[in-house]
Unconditional design. Structure first.
Length: 381
């Protein structure tokens, strides 16, 4: 990395960490950069704005409380059952120490929503519970940082896209320099079929925070959905892996796109060597089953699909691409219908994936989309 690129990354990192008041990055001439934790005031507490949009008030918390809240957010980005458990445990402890600390309540809402939307074990009513948490925050601090984007994300998870669109617009006005705001907006655009606009939103998120593997994957996904060629799709996946070489998520995405563009036995061999556990990315099993199916290992793909036969429908639907590659499109359509009937989750985004494009040729596809986009009625939440 050039000195200029490193300096640019440090500037972006400073911006990402700007809401954690006690974290500071110093430039050390001839040596590089140093991250330090700044001491609190005499009562060992730090004041954080409860409302960055309107700056209407502050909540005093110990620096360790704020750091734990920030860490829980980072853990959530691993998107695995273990990560969700760990993040929720951390944030529940934070809330026990600082029950009025709004950033912690926002993370708790995100924990609950991620479980439900991804299909990992948890309460089916988790999104509604999360929306109630946000409603409580909104009554206390209507302009709380991250509130509008988080609410928009939850509404998208329940397929209430019209309400979500308005909330995303407000979030972008209030927090134009928030990478999460642009990222959540990108997810909304991809789910609602605006892939080209999603590319722009994800690119904005990456410019503000270049350190997120998830953002790189979704940017590449949006480019593919917007009509990129197979060679360009692979190129974007390789670039994401170059930037995030230690990310299992990005490595799996690369394997999937290589299998999509040019199926080879070597790719199936690589996929078989990936160990799955509760710490694995929620899309790991679905991606591996697709690589195996696409590259000729029918038995291995079917075995992996069968291993998740009793999982929630929002987990089982991650195997759509594998079923399509195995010429079991009828089974894939049945799973899509079942997921559409549930009425929440990542199905609208999954349907945008290039490896699931064959579903668009089915006569039932238009009716499935109509059902998904009919979930527009507001609730009292």
């Amino acid at each position: 990395m050039s000195n200029e690129s490193l300096a640019r990354c440090m500037a972006q990192l400073r911006r990402v960490l700007s809401h954690i008041g006690m974290i500071k990055i110093d430039s050390l001439y001839g040596l590089g950069y140093r991250l330090s934790i700044q001491p609190g005031d005499v009562d060992a507490s730090t004041q954080f704005p409860a409302d960055r949009g309107q700056q209407s008030g502050t909540v005093k918390v110990h620096p360790s409380v704020a750091a734990a809240c920030f860490y829980a957010q980072q853990v959530l980005q691993n998107h695995s059952p273990t990560a969700y458990d760990r993040a929720e445990s951390i944030i529940n402890h934070v809330i026990s120490q600082a029950p009025d600390y709004i950033p912690a309540q926002l993370v708790l809402a995100q924990c609950k929503a991620n479980r439900a939307i991804s299909g990992t074990p948890g309460s089916p009513q988790a999104i509604d519970e999360a929306l109630k948490i946000l409603a409580s925050i909104e009554r206390a601090e209507p302009g709380a940082s991250g509130l509008h984007s988080q609410k928009a994300y939850l509404l998208d998870g329940k397929w209430r896209f019209n309400e979500a669109r308005l909330m995303h617009e407000q979030a972008l006005l209030l927090a134009p320099e928030s990478p999460a705001t642009h990222f959540n907006h990108g997810l909304h655009l991809l789910a609602t079929g605006a892939a080209a606009d999603a590319v722009t939103a994800f690119r904005s998120a990456i410019e503000l925070n270049p350190f997120s593997p998830e953002q790189s994957i979704m940017h590449a996904r949006a480019l593919a959905a917007a009509g990129a060629s197979a060679s360009d799709i692979v190129g974007h996946a390789r670039e994401a892996y170059r930037i995030h070489p230690d990310s299992q998520q990005v490595y799996l995405y690369l394997l999937g796109m290589l299998a999509f563009a040019d199926p080879q036995p070597e790719l199936a061999h690589a996929a078989r060597h990936i160990t799955l556990s509760r710490s694995s990315w929620i899309y790991a099993a679905g991606t591996i089953s697709y690589v195996l199916a696409q590259c000729g290992d029918r038995e291995g793909a079917l075995e992996l699909i069968a291993a998740q036969a009793t999982a929630s429908v929002n987990i089982r639907v991650t195997h759509l691409a594998a079923l399509i590659a195995l010429d079991l499109v009828d089974d894939a359509v049945l799973r899509v219908k079942e997921a559409a009937h549930v009425g929440y989750g990542n199905l609208p985004i999954l349907l945008s994936f290039v490896e699931n494009a064959a579903l668009k040729q089915r006569s039932e596809y238009s009716a499935i989309l109509a059902h998904i986009f009919s979930s527009q009625s507001p609730s009292n939440t």
